[in-house]
Design a protein around this ligand. Structure first.
Ligand code: AMP
Ligand code: ZN
Length: 469
């Protein structure tokens, strides 16, 4: 398998640290609002990377965080007059619903920054002890960027170019920094902000330290893959490398993967430009499977422009696949149980060539665009060679192969079952009981199960209400 590594700017053969295992970390969203479909791109892309590794037999330890302490969360909390945890918890829940709709699996662990403060204090202390960090009179702790010899290796920037860029940036208190390139590890609290005690001052962490710490805690000091959107290469990932490698003395991540932007009118979709659609808005018009299929229709390192036409094309493409699966299921049910005849044996070999083509595309830096073309070819082949005269085993073969490839892409081929009101009520009751018993895992599972069936739950003052999405 080849992976394009941002660090070397080349495609490299994937060699795991531990045979058969993948340790991967994906920077997750900052939870201050509904996620937009730009944020959904890394979720879908790296969930697919995980699924393909699993298809190839790897065991994947997949960690993705929720950034739940941040200026934007605090601002929103102050606007609403609530604690910032109220905001972050609300949008973590909403994000999980969107993920379930897009069939993005939860990570092995999904840590939250606010629950990892002790680890952050430890790593900052280690950096201080090793001379990579210092504190100023007001209690701010900075990373001594120039001391880390590898700084710039990921973003392929040179320190002196960076220095001139930084001259323009004036941050309060920044005049106390030893060097303009130094970045914040810990900062003093301000009025109306959440804070934690620390040896330097009551305050909160800078953004970058959380990922270094969570990655270390759940995956170890040295990991296989670290991933995120390309806007994270600099400064976020560059700073993560500086922190982690200075603290551990080991290489942090062996492969750095970055998805290109989801654009709209050829500009990056972002909250700050205001040119975004939330996943929730899209779910009102489309099954989120369509959004997932659309995202995978391009290679993850190519920019992708969002448009109604492309969404319609994805919807049609997806329908073509699902209809073929449906037909195969119907045919297979009543097919004759017998050994394959000679012609069918030959056809199985032909079918296998499309599967190989799919794998070849995925082995080449997860080229989902070409993999989907191979899947379409397999579907076309199935449509032309399957009929009522075929052996059950042949139809079953086609069905299994198509289903397996769809599963790699995270496309659900099962028809959404019609669910009766009484069953919904029973599940809601079970969820309430689970919550009472503090079995939140089961409660979440039920909510996701219902969401997958198109039922959205709303916790209101009068109890739980539900509606069909
Ligand atoms: P944020 O919540 O801004 O920290 O972003 C969460 C993730 O979404 C990061 O990996 C970003 O790089 C990614 N991201 C944000 N906007 C876009 C976009 N328009 N296209 C692709 N990825 C994006
Ligand atoms: Zn991160």
């Amino acid at each position: 398998m080849k992976i394009y590594n941002t660090l070397s700017k080349t495609k490299e053969e994937f060699v795991p640290i531990e045979p058969g295992k993948v340790r991967m970390y994906v920077c997750g969203p900052t939870v201050y609002n509904f996620i937009h479909i730009g944020n959904a791109r890394p979720m879908i892309v790296f969930d697919t990377v995980r699924r393909y590794f699993e298809y190839k037999g790897y065991e994947v330890n997949y960690v993705s965080n929720f950034t739940d302490v941040d200026d934007k969360i605090i601002k929103k909390a102050n606007e609403e007059g609530v604690d910032s945890a109220v905001i972050s918890e609300r949008y973590i829940e909403e994000c999980k619903k969107d993920m379930a709709g897009m069939n993005v699996r939860m990570g092995t662990t999904n840590p939250k920054a606010t629950e990892e403060i002790p680890g952050m204090l430890d790593m900052i202390q280690t950096l201080m002890d090793k001379g990579y960090a210092y504190n100023t009179a007001d209690g701010t702790v900075y990373y001594r960027t120039r001391k880390f010899k590898g700084y710039g290796k990921l973003s392929h920037k040179n320190l002196d170019d960076l220095q001139s860029g930084f001259r323009e940036i004036k941050v309060t208190g920044a005049d106390q920094k030893e060097d303009e390139l130094d970045f914040v590890l810990w900062k003093p609290k301000k009025e109306g902000e959440p804070y934690w005690d620390s040896p330097w001052c009551c305050g909160r962490p800078g953004w970058h330290i959380e990922c270094s710490v969570m990655s270390k805690r759940y995956l170890g000091e040295e990991i296989d893959i670290h991933a995120g959107g390309e806007d994270l290469i600099f400064p976020h990932h560059e700073n993560e490398i500086a922190q982690s490698e200075a603290a551990s003395g080991k290489p942090f991540a062996h492969y750095w993967m970055h998805n290109a932007f989801l654009n709209i009118d050829n500009r990056k979709m972002s909250k700050s430009l205001g040119n975004f659609f939330t996943v929730r808005e899209i779910s009102e018009k489309y099954d989120l499977q369509v959004l997932r299929f659309f995202m995978l229709s391009a290679h993850y390192r190519s920019p992708l422009n969002f448009s109604a036409e492309l969404m319609e094309a994805s919807k049609n493409g997806l329908t073509r696949i699902l209809t073929a699966v449906d037909n195969l299921r119907t045919l297979e049910k009543d097919a004759e149980v017998r050994d394959l005849n000679e012609e069918e044996e030959k056809l199985v070999k032909e079918g296998a060539a499309y599967v190989a083509k799919f794998e070849e595309a995925m082995d080449d830096d997860f080229n989902t665009a070409d993999a989907i073309s191979a899947l379409f070819e397999l579907v076309k082949f199935a449509n032309t060679t399957a009929d009522a005269s075929r052996a059950k085993e042949y139809l079953g073969y086609l069905l299994t192969e198509i289903e397996k490839l769809c599963d790699v892409l995270g496309i659900i081929t099962e028809k959404k079952e019609e669910i009766l009101d009484a069953d919904i009520e029973a599940l809601i009751e079970e969820r309430q009981a689970a919550r009472k018993a503090k079995n939140f895992a089961r409660a979440d599972e039920i909510r996701d199960e219902l969401l997958a069936k198109g039922i959205v739950l709303k916790d209101t003052r009068e109890g739980v209400k539900w509606e069909r999405a």
